[in-house]
Design a binder for this molecule. Structure first.
Ligand SMILES: C[S@@+](CC[C@H](N)C(=O)[O-])C[C@H]1O[C@@H](n2cnc3c(N)ncnc32)[C@H](O)[C@@H]1O
Length: 291
């Protein structure tokens, strides 16, 4: 059944539990019993690279070796699912540009505040934060504003791709020609996102389960965390959502992926029904947090 390397001893029940708990404790990513084969298969490749033949050896390496911090970086590159593309979930992006942004801009203008901070948490290879940057460049009413888009991910590998900013056809599966023509230049191997788009985007490696480092990012107006919490269990989802709540300004918005919701996770946000989509909002004034 398994097309695993014959030199590696199959993963025992105990090894599965030990390794799964390490991954979960570090990243919130939860491999349930049904995903055991996936974990075994992905880790096998790493065992081969390290010339190990048992998962127990790898467990001890991860747990006690001096290289363990570095190994967790490698592990995240191997275990995360990084599927993404430009202009993903366009109906939600329409709610963002046509309904959420005007509301935030009006509120901030009234307070004489002309800064906008948006976080793409779990940004993978960069298509999401660059999409947001393009959409904001089209907003002429933001001229003179200080706009910051922060893209973060736990995987170094995808962040390197984001920094390179060169994309192949698969990333453009729902991209209107206008954006391709205006914001990209053709280079060998694909299309490179231009400097105007990159200028407002800063990229950093960040684990959503590292609250002290998260808090250093400062307060946000909008958090996009799409197609990320699906890989976490309920407890981990609650922790991450709780942190987003703390990091949003009052009245700030949380945009999740279309298959994700806060049902049974948090009651701290209210669900706003816009014309184009439903999104979560932190109460506009201080209110009791009930998680
Ligand atoms: C499927 S991609 C989603 C990309 C983009 N948000 C989108 O919707 O197209 C999920 C990303 O979440 C990242 N991720 C998973 N666990 C994470 C964690 N604990 N901290 C930060 N990023 C994490 C993965 O590395 C991966 O790149």
């Amino acid at each position: 059944m398994l097309d695993l390397n014959p030199d590696i001893q199959p993963m025992s029940d105990e090894e599965f539990r030990l390794l799964r708990d390490q991954v979960y404790g570090h990243s919130g990513i939860f491999f349930d019993d049904g995903a055991r084969y996936l974990l075994e298969k992905r880790l096998s490749r790493r065992l081969i690279q390290l010339s190990m033949t048992t998962f127990r050896d790898y467990y001890y390496y991860l747990r006690y070796d001096q290289q363990r911090d570095h190994e967790f970086v490698e592990l995240m590159d191997i275990l995360t699912t990084n599927e993404t593309y430009f202009f993903r979930e366009d109906f939600q992006l329409k709610a963002f540009t046509d309904e959420i942004l005007p509301e935030i801009i009006a509120g901030k203008e009234a307070q004489g505040d002309r800064t906008l901070r948006i976080w793409s948490a779990g940004c993978s290879s960069g298509e999401e934060p660059y999409t947001l940057s393009m959409l904001l460049l089209e907003q002429k009413c933001l001229a003179g504003w200080r706009v910051e888009i922060i893209g973060s991910d736990i995987s170094q590998r995808v962040l390197q791709l984001a920094r390179k900013g060169v994309y192949g056809r698969a990333s453009f599966r729902t991209t209107d020609d206008h954006y391709l023509r205006t914001y990209f230049e053709e280079v060998e191997g694909g299309y490179r996102v231009n400097n105007a788009v990159r200028e407002r985007v800063s990229l950093s490696q960040l684990n959503l389960f590292d609250p002290p480092r998260l808090m250093l990012l400062g307060k946000m107006d909008i958090v996009f965390c799409r197609n990320v919490i699906i890989y976490f269990d309920q407890t981990a989802k609650k922790q991450v959502i709780d942190n987003f709540h703390r990091m949003l300004h009052n009245g700030g918005f949380l945009l999740l992926g279309h298959s994700e919701s806060l049902m049974n996770i948090s009651t701290a946000f209210s669900l706003r029904h816009f014309k184009n989509d439903m999104v979560y909002q932190k109460a506009p004034v201080n209110s009791e947090v009930r998680l």
